[in-house]
Write a new protein. Structure first.
Length: 287
């Protein structure tokens, strides 16, 4: 197994909001990045947003023009899981659905080299259960980035029931190599941050649903009253309402307490395809 400094090739699966930011970070840290998505349009959007993000950082003097262009060159878009066979570390950032993720882990286990570490950026799903889909559970780990990955300073590492100390240490050092602070969580629904964040977002939906206040006043209340950078409804749109709903369902099913039951308004927005900023409409419209 590669140590953190020996991780040279990183596979990133899912080129959406999170996967594109994760690919950017790994490339900026000097790794060769193989970026895979089931949707070729998502790959094109990811390359454009990574280039814009890196150039924004270069314009602010946070990285040199040369390393900006070199980082962009280190990212190769690929179209099959087989293309990831030489990766030292694979970070999965596809849809928040346990069955779909498990299927991918089965495939990854078959094609990646025996020493490769398989990480998931899941927001809530059990790492132990994803690991159980593979024959290398000691090398499966949660590596939870925050949105937007290039800006947010944290990575939450989740240790599955069988994750080895060696793998935890390698992923912790690799996260530090990406410039992030690390926290470690045991493998329980929602881990640390979403266990606490999502009930707040859900409560904001209940406040809106039951007519406590307008969406604007709920968000302004939490922004100015508690110094959050975004109000909870705006943040839900930013994260993706589909992701918020999936996490709440994992919390509700996994912890068995009705306090996690998703607000019907959130469910209805997702049913209507109002997934948030990424789709141009969520709680708010986006141009
Ligand atoms: N790449 C590079 N730079 C970026 C960027 C990106 N993708 N996104 C934003 N920036 C930079 C901007 O250039 C700007 O830089 P300057 O201040 O130097 O000009 C800075 O970040 C702030 O951006 P903006 O001015 O555009 O907007 P803002 O001040 O409103 O900040 C924000 C945007 C950083 C997203 C801020 O609103 C924020 O922190 N929001 C809360 C985000 C949050 O809580 N994320 C976690 C969600 S939970 C999660 O991720 C876990 C889960 O599983 C669901
Ligand atoms: P997204 O919808 O922006 O992107 C997901 C991408 O995965 C899409 O481009 C889709 O085409 C691709 N995809 C889906 N199934 C695939 C498959 N089987 N093979 C290859 N590609 C596939 O989603 P996102 O917001 O980037 O979230 C991705 C993951 O990261 C989820 O597990 C989510 O819970 C987690 N996460 C999200 C946030 C957030 O704020 N959005 C924060 C931390 C973690």
């Amino acid at each position: 197994m590669a140590t953190a400094s020996e991780i040279a090739a990183v596979g990133v699966i899912g080129a959406g909001q999170m996967g594109s930011g994760i690919a950017q970070l790994a490339a900026a840290a000097g790794c060769a990045v193989l970026l895979l998505d089931a949707d070729s349009a998502a790959l094109s959007r990811a390359v454009a947003s990574i280039s814009a993000s890196l150039r924004r950082l270069a314009a602010k003097g946070q990285l040199s023009q040369a390393s900006c262009e070199d980082s962009i060159k280190r990212i190769r878009c690929v179209s099959t899981v087989q293309d990831l066979r030489d990766a030292d570390l694979v970070i999965e950032a596809i849809v928040e659905n346990e069955d779909v993720k498990k299927k991918l882990f089965v495939e990854l286990d078959k094609i990646t080299k025996p020493s490769a570490i398989l990480a998931s950026n899941t927001s809530s799903i059990s790492i132990t259960r994803l690991a159980s889909a593979t024959k290398r559970p000691s090398q499966v780990i949660g590596m939870h980035f925050f949105n937007p990955p290039p800006i947010m300073k944290l990575i939450e590492i989740i240790r599955g029931a069988d994750t080895s100390d060696e793998v935890c240490a390698a992923v912790k050092s690799f996260s530090e190599r990406l410039g992030k602070s690390v926290i470690c969580s045991q493998d329980y629904p929602g881990f640390i941050v979403n266990r606490i964040l999502m009930p707040m977002i859900n409560e904001a939906f209940w406040a809106l649903y039951t007519g406590v206040a307008t969406k604007e006043d709920i968000d302004t209340g939490m922004k100015l009253g508690t110094n959050h950078p975004m109000g909870p409804l705006q943040l839900a749109d930013f994260i993706g309402l589909d992701v918020c709903l999936s996490v709440l369902r994992v919390l509700h099913n996994g912890l068995g307490d009705n306090k996690y039951s998703p607000c019907p308004l959130l469910v209805q927005y997702v049913d209507a395809g109002r997934l948030g900023k990424k789709r141009g409409l969520g709680v708010y419209p986006y141009a």
